[in-house]
Design a protein around this ligand. Structure first.
Ligand code: PLP
Length: 441
């Protein structure tokens, strides 16, 4: 899929705006923000129920994080990863206090994509095997390797025509659309059996790792049915495959626990995170690993680093963000999440175009489908944005004062506010969404 060229002749604005694009359109220019609210250059306020990209977990302009960044900058802005740094050491120790029990050591990175690259590189090195299994519909990043492993068609479209994506395999996610199942238990069993089928056919010895989001992120906040991840863990153990949890969205409170693996009861072998780590005030990411991998790295070395990995300013931001999460936002997430859940599930009852609502904590997906055809309004594999009413719902909600995310594929809306959100703000934003659905259909 070629990127649309933008010039004076172009009449329509592509919905996926390239980063360099600064054109004249109806997308607001955000200039300011506080907690859950952002303001555009006209002074219009919006409730940011996308946390920008599911990442400003502590809310906008948190002074505690800003002060920690400023203090670190004033003391020493940068220390290379080959040297010790007090802030970085402190963060490494702090992460161990909150991570799933299986985690023993941390390598830092810069972005979620790069953390996933590092985890996969380490897994391949350790397992002496090359294949990595990922789920269809997944999103793992925009680097060459991660876009190849990503299962979402829009991202892969940029890679497929010219990348060597062979040597890996994808499996179906445990979602109702993928399997004919009457109950969540049956769905879990069928999806796990399918995974085992893929592994046995690929050849277990050729597979280094299985990389998966624990709660689906941008593909729609799907949680796995009960028992699914238990089976996945057993299957990985049986076939000697490393389980890598991609916690780039689910990490740092989004599901109501520090990590999604904890809310889903998973002990991963490797775990990657980014976004919420610093509340995205500055870039920082990390890979945590279990004892065996940590011992392997200590004995064999793993000398692939990045200049900005573990940047002290990022580490200072992360420590402050973790204080903010610990001092109230994790608790707030658990307190207000039921309100968000009940307001969103009401939409499913109220509108026949809302086909399902799913999620955990403060990360939810509202899926739309044509009730007559019992199918999405657009074919997500060849979607035409102009004909997609879900796009209209999203932009109308924005006009009503609430910003939400568009899922990948674009058949659903993602609801993911900062963790400092109040019940009153939840009501206000869901009212804006409700009005948008009503006026669109
Ligand atoms: N993994 C998941 C689950 C994500 O949602 C994302 C980004 O949205 C990434 C990885 C890539 O992270 P980044 O954009 O920081 O490279």
């Amino acid at each position: 899929m070629a990127m649309e060229r933008l010039d004076s002749e172009t009449e329509t604005t592509p919905t996926a705006i390239p980063h360099w694009y600064d054109g004249d359109d109806d997308i607001p220019t955000i200039v300011d923000g506080e907690d859950v609210t952002v303001y555009d250059s006209e002074g219009t306020a919006y409730l940011d129920f996308q946390s920008q990209l599911y990442c400003v977990n502590a809310g906008h302009s948190n002074q505690q994080i800003i002060d920690a960044i400023a203090d670190q900058l004033a003391r020493i802005p940068y220390v290379s990863s080959g040297k010790h740094n007090d802030t970085r050491n402190e963060l490494r120790a702090r992460l161990l206090e909150v991570a799933p029990e299986s985690m023993a050591q941390t390598l830092f990175s810069i972005s979620g994509s790069e953390a996933n690259e590092t985890a996969v590189m380490l897994a391949r090195e350790y397992a002496d095997a090359s294949k990595v299994l990922t789920r269809w519909h997944s999103y793992h990043g925009a680097t060459y390797g991660m876009a190849s492993l990503t299962g979402d068609t829009d991202t892969r479209a940029y890679i497929e025509p010219h990348a060597t994506t062979t040597g890996n395999a994808k499996f179906l996610p445990p979602i109702p659309e993928a399997f004919d199942a009457e109950t969540p238990e049956e769905l879990a069993e069928k999806a796990a059996n399918h995974l085992e089928f893929v592994i046995r056919n690929e050849g277990p010895d050729t597979i280094a790792a299985l990389l998966t989001e624990v709660v689906a992120g941008s593909s729609g906040a799907y949680t796995a049915p009960p028992g699914y991840f238990e089976r996945v863990r057993e299957i990985c153990d049986e076939y000697d495959i490393l389980l890598i949890a991609d916690e780039v969205i689910t990490g740092f409170g989004r599901t109501g626990e520090w990590f999604g693996a904890q809310s889903e009861g998973i002990q991963p072998d490797l775990m990657t995170f980014a976004k919420g780590l610093t509340s995205s005030y500055v870039p920082l990411a990390g890979v945590m690993m279990n004892d065996d991998l940590a011992e392997y790295v200590a004995a064999e070395g793993f000398d692939v680093g990045q200049t900005f990995a573990g940047h002290p300013v990022g580490c200072a931001a992360a420590l402050a963000a973790m204080d903010v999460y610990e001092d109230g936002l994790l608790e707030n997430t658990r307190e207000v999440a039921p309100r968000l859940e009940s307001r969103l599930t009401d939409l499913e009852e109220r509108f026949d175009v809302v086909s399902s609502v799913h999620g955990r904590g403060l990360h939810w997906g509202v899926a739309f489908a044509d009730p007559e055809a019992d199918e999405p309004f657009v074919d997500p594999r060849v979607s035409d944005e102009d004909d997609n009413p879900v796009e209209t719902v999203l932009s109308t909600a924005g006009e009503n004062g609430a910003l939400f995310g568009m899922g990948r594929p674009n058949t659903q809306i993602i609801v993911s506010p900062p963790l400092c959100v109040t019940e009153a703000e939840i009501d206000e934003a869901v009212d804006a969404l409700e009005d948008a659905i009503e006026s669109t259909f």
